[in-house]
Every structure is written in C-alpha cells, then in structure tokens.
Write a protein that binds this ligand. Structure first.
Ligand code: ZN
Ligand code: FE
Length: 255
C-alpha cells in the first residue's frame, strides 16, 4: 500500500482523512472542520502534518484550518477560484494541476456544482479520490452555486476514473441516500443489496466510506442519469442525460 489513509469523524457527520505517503512519511489532511480531533489523531500516530487540502469553502470543511496551521505549520492548498473565501492559501490550484505528497503524485479535479471552485484530489497510483461534497457515498452534494449542467459535467468526470478507485467523501449521509436511491430504482438488485449492507454497517456504527467507484456507478442515481434503466423508470426516455440528472437532483432536494 503506497498510501495509508485514516478516517476521522468530525462535527456531527463530517469525515476528514489523513493521507500518508508510506515511503517518505509525508502527511496530508483533507478538509478541517475542527482542529482538535485531527491534532489528536496526528499525536496518537506521531505523524507530522505537512499539507492541508481544502475541497471547498463551506465552514464544515475549513473552520479548523487556522488552528491546525498554528499547531503544525502545514501548508494550505485550495482552489484558486475560491481563494477569496478560503483561509490563506500557500498553493492555489486549478483543475488539472499536479502536486506531490512525498513521492506520491496527485491531481486536482475541478468538480464545481455544489459550490463554484469545489475541487477533488485524485491519487491515481493510490486509487483514492477525495471528493468533499461533490460525488458522495451513494449521493452527491446539493447544487448551491453551480448549475445542474455543471454538476452533471462533474459526475461525468468521475465516470472517467478507474472503477477500482475508492471514493472518500465528506459526510456520513449514506443511510438517507439509500432511501432516496431506492425511490428511483426500487427493483435494481444492486441497490437492494447495497441498502442491506449499509444498514448492517450503520447498525454496527461503522463508516460507510470509502466506497469503490464501481459500486457507485452501479447504484448511485446521480451517476446513472444517462442510463436507459433510470430514464425509463422516470418516464424520461427522450430527455438528455443532464435533464435526467436535474430531475433526480431536484427530487432529492425535496425528499
Ligand atoms: Zn459543502
Ligand atoms: Fe459539507
């Protein structure tokens, strides 16, 4: 395993991830809703924090940054497009940029829609994608700032990643997302099986993230808007993929 990844729950339902390049011991954290649980985990493992990767500007992803920087001196990385409303950035990035964590390369993906300037961090070699509130386990973020077309374009960027990629998203919303997904494809065996698995995990208090992209592609209605089965289920056989996505997203908003 070239990367070691640790999931830290924060606030009521946020997830933060520590990523460690095993060869060099270099460590990053993805998002910082609050500093205390992150500092405690770093201390318990005797890890030095080098980088703070920000996905987007919402408070539940950045409020702990200042304290974390003071305590660790870590460098802050975030979207150039969001620089005016993120904590001070040491590195301002855009979609397509490539960065290094120790010996590991990672790529910035522009995944705007939930917010404009939302980015994801893709570790191709480690098969790990840190997606914040863009693609989420069995769901996607609400479209607050972008357009439905923009968010659908973002969903398509995830289609282009290898199916073996693990998706590390920003919240534990999966049980509720399961209920919604089943309203779109109630008879799909893959969804029914996944719903059982999620129920069992939550009953044991386990995290439902990360999740493999392959499973997301098979079950996540927001990724499946272009699928004929989904279009038929919604009576939208003649609609464009983006229109179907918009319909699913607005149904979820009112769910
Ligand atoms: Zn958000
Ligand atoms: Fe959030």
């Amino acid at each position: 395993m070239p990367l070691e990844i640790v999931t830290i729950p924060c606030l009521s339902d946020n997830y933060v991830y520590l990523i460690r390049d095993v060869e060099t011991g270099t460590v990053a954290v993805v998002d910082a809703p609050e500093a205390a649980p992150i500092l405690a985990e770093l201390q318990a493992r005797d890890w030095q924090l080098d980088q703070i990767l920000l996905t987007h500007h919402h408070y539940d992803h950045i409020d702990g940054v200042e304290e974390l920087v003071k305590a660790t001196g870590a460098k802050v990385i975030g979207a150039k497009a969001d620089a005016h409303r993120l904590p001070p950035l040491d590195t301002a990035v855009s979609g397509g940029d490539r960065l290094q964590l120790g010996n590991m390369n990672y790529e910035v993906l522009d995944v705007s829609g939930h917010t404009i300037g939302h980015v994801a961090y893709i570790f191709h070699k480690g098969l790990a994608a840190f997606t914040g509130d863009s693609l989420m386990a069995w769901g996607c973020g609400r479209v607050f700032e972008g357009t439905m077309d923009m968010m659908w374009e973002t969903m398509q960027k995830f289609h282009a990643l290898p199916r073996a990629m693990d998706i590390y998203s920003g919240h534990e919303y999966t049980a509720n997302n399961a209920k919604f997904a089943l309203t779109i494809e109630p008879d799909n065996e893959s969804l029914l099986q996944r719903a059982q698995a999620v129920k069992a995990e939550r009953a044991k208090g386990e995290f439902t993230v990360p999740v493999g992209l392959g499973l997301e592609l098979a079950t996540n209605p927001f990724l499946r808007a272009g699928h004929i089965k989904v279009k038929t289920a919604l009576g939208m056989e003649d609609a464009t993929d983006a229109e179907v996505f918009a319909e699913i997203r607005s149904r979820k908003d009112n769910f």
